[in-house]
Design a protein around this ligand. Structure first.
Ligand SMILES: Nc1ncnc2c1ncn2[C@@H]1O[C@H](COP(=O)(O)OP(=O)(O)OP(=O)(O)O)[C@@H](O)[C@H]1O
Ligand SMILES: [Mg+2]
Length: 134
């Protein structure tokens, strides 16, 4: 896997979510994603960015264009040093929320991505990495 470029954006305030959305959209356009694929990755990014702020107490988003030889893609990382998730399988379930939300952010982001990886532990923060290939 070759990393072609990386942007790091802060996620401390909710008004920064729109900047992440715009940056992801721009990268997806540069990679030649279809309008539907642009919307999928932007929507996934939006949900994960919101979680980073709301549940993780703030963190960063990494936006990376990658090439695995045959194809190009967009890899996004959302990480925070917040409270972490004690039961990841439970948190991934549709409808599970600890904050009165819809509980669809994590599961939705997974469905909208080609690759999804979450690592988290209580007291150690959370990192979610997603990728979508062209
Ligand atoms: N970065 C994070 N740090 C700590 N806990 C998290 C993080 N992201 C998700 N969670 C936990 O996982 C649960 C499910 O997240 P999910 O995004 O699916 O739903 P939600 O944020 O509660 O509601 P919404 O549908 O509005 O996104 C959250 O309620 C929270 O308990
Ligand atoms: Mg959420």
């Amino acid at each position: 896997m070759v990393l072609l470029s990386v942007d790091t954006l802060p996620l401390e305030r909710s008004d920064e979510i729109v900047l992440v959305r715009q940056a992801v959209r721009q990268r997806a356009i540069e990679l030649g994603f279809s309008l539907l694929d642009q919307t999928k990755i932007v929507t996934a990014a939006s949900e994960l960015a919101r979680n980073t702020i709301q549940h993780g107490g703030g963190g960063v988003a990494l936006i990376e264009s990658v090439n695995d030889g045959a194809r190009r893609g967009l890899r996004l990382t959302f990480q925070d040093n917040g409270p972490g998730i004690p039961d990841i399988a439970l948190a991934m379930k549709d409808g599970y929320t600890t904050a009165g939300g819809l509980g669809l952010g994590l599961s939705g982001a997974k469905r909208l991505s080609n690759e999804f990886d979450i690592s988290s532990a209580p007291g150690q923060g959370t990192r979610v990495v997603i990728a979508r290939w062209k």
